[in-house]
Ligand binder design. Structure first.
Ligand code: ADP
Ligand code: ASP
Ligand code: MG
Length: 412
């Protein structure tokens, strides 16, 4: 008998009909003699709707209250799925993050898990109850509700699988596995049957939202095998496991598009030691993750500094940066959320000169202007205008030969 943690994403539970189909899937697993622990997201785009509702009240809601609001989406879904399972004759119980309790730090909207006792769940399992957990949420030490960041239900599921020492964790979503690019953007992307945690981490960290990046970190740390599969279509799947370089040995493994990116520029800042620290330290203190940073060559001892941050942090970051800009006498602060980041990801970049040039050529052939570039040993990222994002993914994917299988596609 296997113990399986199954996570069902928003599209898999978008309506009562979908929830019934999920319950049937759970039923099949139970009939096979497996024990299951379920984790659910909010139904459909409920999280977006709740965010939109909050923004009608204020442009900067208290993050504590935003978390309290968003956590309700998953709570509704967990209760409805537990009821559905009960109506089919199973014993089932829903749990919110606070009820487990899944304990987190107090960084609202992007909290990190600090403890996850399993006593409640083990008790339920021993009584033959199917636990249905509201994903994405936890509780801080002061009792307030926290959330783990967008897409965080994956992380709830993997954390539970790790703590319960489950045989594996299934991520049910609206695509039948991980591809070399988002198949909804790049129809000729290749399906990946098996990949390493490291490979998935690189793709997820640069925008492949099929897995929440922190869930992959946890899976790697605790050696939880992951399976990504579709709830309703196809029979393909992707295993994410502990094996190095399991994907085909190509220079580029995948192409990603990160949409949650904004650019902040400080124009004409004094070019002296300590200025970059003065600008960026308040952002670090506010747990805002600064990604690409560019400072141009100084003229007359003045320079411009541009950096990227998640769009979700743009309001807070602008507030902090404007304050520093006044203190240091910068001429102007410009914010732009009309951008995206396209990345080519692959360990081959380090050893293959000319990879960056190939990517730039593919973008220029489509007349796409590159606003910022950053490279590391395993990725090349370009910031471009938002409207060209999808076109850029297809162009880069094509230029690295990813959409043409080298041999006939193996049958699944
Ligand atoms: P869920 O609500 O089930 O968590 P998500 O929307 O978070 O689903 O993730 C699934 C989506 O991830 C897919 O619909 C697809 O558009 C997107 N995606 C991005 N990159 C990839 C990729 N490389 N492979 C598969 N899907 C990807
Ligand atoms: N419902 C949350 C979101 O939309 C969490 C999740 O689905 O994983 O981001
Ligand atoms: Mg998701």
């Amino acid at each position: 008998m296997a113990l399986i943690v199954q996570k069902y994403g928003g599209t898999s539970v978008a309506s009562l009909d979908h929830i019934r189909k999920v319950a049937m899937n759970v039923n099949i697993n139970r009939e096979k003699g497996n024990q299951v622990v379920l984790v659910v997201s909010a139904m459909g785009d409920q999280t977006d709707q709740l965010i939109a509702m909050a923004s009608e009240i204020t442009s900067s809601p208290s993050l504590r209250e935003q978390d309290a609001l968003l956590a309700t989406g998953e709570q509704v879904c967990a209760a409805l799925l537990a009821m559905t399972l009960e109506s089919m004759g199973h014993k089932a119980k829903s749990y919110t993050g606070s009820q487990l309790p899944l304990m987190t730090d107090n960084v609202h909207t992007k909290a990190r898990i600090v403890d996850l006792p399993t006593g409640t769940l083990l008790q339920a399992l021993s009584e033959g109850v199917i636990p249905v957990i509201a994903g994405f949420q936890g509780a801080a030490e002061d009792g307030s509700i926290t959330t783990l960041g967008r897409g965080g239900s994956d992380t709830t599921a993997v954390a539970l699988a790790a703590k319960l020492e489950a045989d594996y964790c299934e991520i049910y979503t609206d695509v039948d596995g991980v591809y070399t690019a988002d198949p909804n953007i790049c129809p000729r992307a290749l399906h990946i049957k098996k990949m390493s945690y490291q490979e998935m981490l690189e793709l997820a960290g640069l925008g492949a939202k099929v897995m929440h990046v922190r869930s992959v970190e946890l899976a790697q740390k605790y050696q939880v095998p992951l399976v990504v599969k579709s709830t309703f279509k196809g029979n393909k799947q992707t295993w994410i496991i502990n094996e190095e370089g399991v994907m085909e040995n190509s220079i580029i493994k995948g192409v990603t598009l990160e949409k949650d990116v904004s650019k902040v520029s400080l124009i004409r800042i004094p070019d002296r030691p300590g200025i970059a620290h003065q600008i960026l330290a308040p952002l670090a203190e506010a747990a805002i993750n600064v990604d690409m940073i560019i400072q141009n060559v100084s003229i007359d001892n003045y320079a411009d500094l541009t950096f990227t941050i998640p769009t979700t942090d743009l309001g807070k970051a602008s507030e902090l940066v404007n304050q520093v800009a006044r203190e240091i006498g910068a001429l102007e602060v410009r914010a732009n959320n009309n951008i995206v980041k396209v990345s080519a990801v692959g360990i081959g970049i380090k050893t293959n000169p000319g990879v960056a040039a190939r990517m730039f050529k593919a973008l220029s052939a489509e007349n796409i202007n590159i606003q910022m570039i950053s490279t590391s040993e395993y990725r090349i990222s370009c910031v471009i205008e938002e409207k060209y994002g999808e076109l850029a993914v297809r162009a880069v994917h094509h230029t690295f030969g990813l959409d043409e299988p080298k041999e006939p596609a193996p049958s699944e």
